[in-house]
Design a binder for this molecule. Structure first.
Ligand SMILES: *[C@@H]1O[C@H](CO)[C@@H](O)[C@H](O)[C@H]1NC(C)=O
Length: 340
């Protein structure tokens, strides 16, 4: 890399870093009204209040039970961040890849795969008018198509900071072990993820099996859950590069101790939390595509079944690997975790 280019990148990183640190220290919800003059989006016609202003209003008045839950989650996140993180490296623009931008409504959404992110992308596409008005009518592959929704990584540091100040930022998280079980099932276990099995399964088979079956070496189709976990815990895996986004830790995707998140939604209370965000957006008629009511319990049961065969020793090491997600988002050791 040329010297000039390197210097420019360093400067970009420094600007971002300084500004983001500033944000972290600023009171969580300074009156955002005056910021909006700078944003210049369509909802600034004067009548509509931005989602961030709506949240600010909610926090000023008598709080609803739901608004109170969200205030407590924000506080807990902030306390956990100051307690558990030390000096951190500066954020680079590419660290913001997962933060999707809706300029028309003043929203930032950090997507965490395996936490209803397909449905959130559908909702953002429906909101933006770049798809059918009903999110459920948008096929999954279209919701995930690269470039359909802009990400913060596409903007200059000044543009990034402007949006970070004035927009409502939210993310959705999930109990880390259940998310892992879901990633395993969807990407390595199921017959229709042949591409993922070839991409990751073959490597896992090659590395972990002393005498691998030639068919498994080519297809990577029969990786067991225990092998998947051994692959995650193997130090070589992280040395080779960041985890794939489906099992990367939420805090490493969204940087919740560096960016100010206004709403921390949870998969466990997806319907209420999604409705809360949409009520701040003020999009009447837009409904979050809810999974059927039995789906959550079924996912929890599947996770419990998968973890039943995993030794307490492995579970404890896995907890260590995902510890920050447990702490920052207030998850306790799952009840099926056998820790004796
Ligand atoms: C954290 O989790 C505990 C136990 O589940 C719960 O009682 C408490 O209300 C949670 N706190 C926040 C701020 O969500």
């Amino acid at each position: 890399m040329g010297r000039r280019l390197w210097r420019r990148r360093a400067l970009v990183a420094a600007c971002l870093g300084a500004a983001l640190l500033l944000l972290l220290n600023a009171p969580l919800l300074a009156p955002p009204a005056f910021e909006n003059r700078a944003v210049g989006s369509s909802w600034l016609g004067g009548k509509r209040r931005s989602p961030l202003q709506m949240l600010y209003d909610l926090d000023q008045g008598p709080r609803s039970a739901l608004a109170e839950v969200h205030r407590q989650r924000r506080d807990l996140l902030r306390r956990a961040c100051s307690h558990h993180t030390r000096r951190q490296r500066l954020l680079r623009p590419e660290d913001l890849r997962h933060v999707l931008v809706d300029d028309a409504h003043g929203l930032l959404y950090c997507y965490v795969p395996k936490v209803a992110c397909t449905n959130w992308k559908r909702v953002l596409l429906a909101l933006s008018g770049r798809g059918p008005g009903d999110p459920r009518a948008i096929p999954a592959h279209e919701a995930h198509a690269p470039g359909r929704l802009p990400s913060l990584a596409d903007f200059s540091p000044a543009e990034v900071n402007r949006r970070l100040r004035a927009y409502l930022a939210f993310l959705f998280v999930r109990e880390p072990f259940e998310r892992l079980a879901s990633a395993y099932r969807n990407k390595l276990q199921r017959p229709w993820s042949a591409a993922f099995q070839r991409r990751f399964g073959t490597g896992i088979v090659r590395r972990l099996r002393p005498r691998p079956d030639p068919d498994a070496l080519v297809r990577g189709h029969d990786v067991r859950f225990a092998e998947f976990l051994a692959y995650l815990l193997d130090p070589r895996t992280r040395r080779d590069g960041p985890f794939n986004e489906h099992w990367e830790r939420a805090h490493a995707l969204c940087h919740p101790c560096r960016l100010r998140y206004d709403v921390v939604g949870k998969f466990e209370t997806l319907a209420e939390d999604a409705a809360f965000v949409l009520s701040l957006v003020g999009a009447p008629g837009l409904r979050f595509p809810e999974p059927p009511s039995w789906a959550q319990a079924a996912a929890r049961d599947r996770a419990a079944r998968l973890f039943r065969d995993i030794s307490p020793f492995y579970q404890q090491r896995l907890y260590g690997l995902y510890r920050m997600d447990f702490l920052l988002f207030n998850y306790s050791h799952p009840s099926y975790q056998r820790l004796r």
